[in-house]
Design a protein around this ligand. Structure first.
Ligand code: PNS
Length: 163
């Protein structure tokens, strides 16, 4: 069985992430979304909230599961018996960083290969941080996050003006 992991912060999940999840789930028998539990990154959403949101978005994809992990991605991969690590690339600027991480991970765990999926063009400008920024001012993020979690995202990050 071909098991893939798709690790990330997903703070929060965007339409770019869900696009990668759907396409990657077609390439493997089982795709495990690994949500990094790293409090030193000070995420806007708790790891439980991030896992729940991704579960809502992926509930119709039978071979996708979602869980949190802490520590090294390679150790998570070993624990899950995954041989494939999926990452999305939005632009050349992503590639430099991602290439380095992929090579480090391969050195740490030669049984794990990273595959890059290029983000669909309509999502190439999207990031979780821009979603947080726009949403915190009440801007329209409906074109950026999956509809299943739109309310969850606003409820958490929209800081209503007091005067
Ligand atoms: O969504 P992100 O924040 O771009 O995801 C980055 C992630 C979680 C894939 C990366 O930070 C990671 O793998 N972190 C776990 C720690 C680790 O394995 N580091 C080794 C590479 S330096």
């Amino acid at each position: 069985m071909k098991i893939g992991i798709y690790p990330g912060s997903f703070d929060p999940i965007t339409l770019g992430h869900s696009d990668i999840i759907r396409r990657a789930s077609d390439l493997v028998d089982q795709l495990i979304i690994g949500v990094l539990n790293n409090s030193s990154k000070h995420p806007a959403f708790t790891v439980e909230e991030r896992v729940e949101m991704i579960k809502k978005v992926t509930k119709d994809i039978p071979n996708v599961t979602v869980e949190s992990f802490s520590g090294l991605t390679v150790d998570f991969a070993k624990q899950k018996d995954a041989r494939i690590l999926v990452r999305g690339l939005r632009a050349v600027t992503d590639f430099e960083y991602e290439l380095q991480i992929a090579q480090l991970n391969h050195k740490l765990h030669p049984g794990l290969d990273t595959i890059f999926l290029t983000t669909s063009v309509e999502y190439s400008y999207l990031s979780s941080s821009s979603v947080r920024e726009i949403g915190s001012y009440g801007g329209d993020i409906s074109g950026f996050v999956p509809k299943e979690v739109l309310k969850d995202v606003y409820d958490k990050i929209y800081k209503k003006k007091e005067n």
